[in-house]
Write a protein that binds this ligand. Sequence first.
Ligand SMILES: Cc1ncc(COP(=O)(O)O)c(C=O)c1O
Length: 373
Amino acid sequence: MDWESLRQQFPVTGRWAFFDHAAVAPLSGPAQQAMTDWAADMAENGDAVLKKWENRVEEVRGLAGRLIHADPLDIAFVKNTSEGIGFVAEGLSWRPGDNVVTAAEEYPSNLYPWMNLAGRGVELRQVASRGNRIEIDDLRAALDGRTRLVSLSSVEFASGFRNDLNAIGSICRERGILFFVDAIQSLGVLPLDVQQTPVDFLSADGHKWMLGPEGAGIFYIRRELVDQLHVNGVGWNSVIGCHDFSHIDFRLKPHAGRWESGTLNVAGITALGASLELLLGLGIDQVAERVVELTDYLCASASAAGLEVFSSRRQSDRSGIASLRTEAEPRSLVRNCKAEGIVVNQRSGRVRISPHCYNNREEIDRLIQLLAG
Ligand SMILES: Cc1ncc(COP(=O)(O)O)c(C=O)c1O
């Protein structure tokens, strides 16, 4: 794979060594072009070209399906990860005494929707990490006969710890517990096959590793569960005969499409599609290998320079996120880096570095020199 020439498709490389894909990624060149094309077409033609863009949305649904090995009909477009989490939190028929199990180090969007169920008698159990890992035995110990759902990130946003979705999903399936995955910190760079991994629901916006714009993401629901989840906020587009506006017939679509209540963010979905085409064309396995190799190099260089790597480097725990403990205050380090043309971030009192496949070792060398200096 010629990773160096791939850089030409990333305008961000002109100015920055960009290592913040775990926050908001730069658009790929093709995504930028797709948005520009859409804007020009809509400005010049309005809804005379609507059908063309509706067709494109369906193509992108197909790409999202390929990404996670799902039937495209099992995918609904969402405005962000939180929206998909809300579909499930607000849509399941909770009974007082039910509980939800998650990790204490989850991003707030995977905590508040479950905390918001306290008034309905649902308890949220937050499993603490041990050091830089979430132990499966600790998760298992938190489950009981009243656990309805486990909700976890595929990769934890601050530590970069990669949860073992196969193992956790299997435990859930064996016990009849639903399994929700917030996949925003891995989709695009780490493979996921929902035919193999027992995932019931998944949500991820496209603005991180999928290299799309903000506000266009995907929600997946296993087809067998569609009728178990009440749809809050149905709209004209939720029903089977959605395009026949003069014939009212309230029959919900028999798949994820019922959660798409109305008009979609076509500009965002179109741009997301262009980045997904790029990533799928490279091959997600190849992208994963590259990203993990770069984070490995980063961590090895950081250690060699006397910096403390917080993220677990066990083979199966690794992701695109590397978290470093530094003596200097992380916020000031982030500012110093920015002044030198390097974008990193800080989370949980540590410097967080998140390279994508188009980054290179030379950029990493510059970063480590700066952090160690
Ligand atoms: C694990 C995780 N979930 C969700 C989000 C963002 O949620 P949303 O797409 O709803 O803005 C982030 C952003 O940092 C995240 O790290």
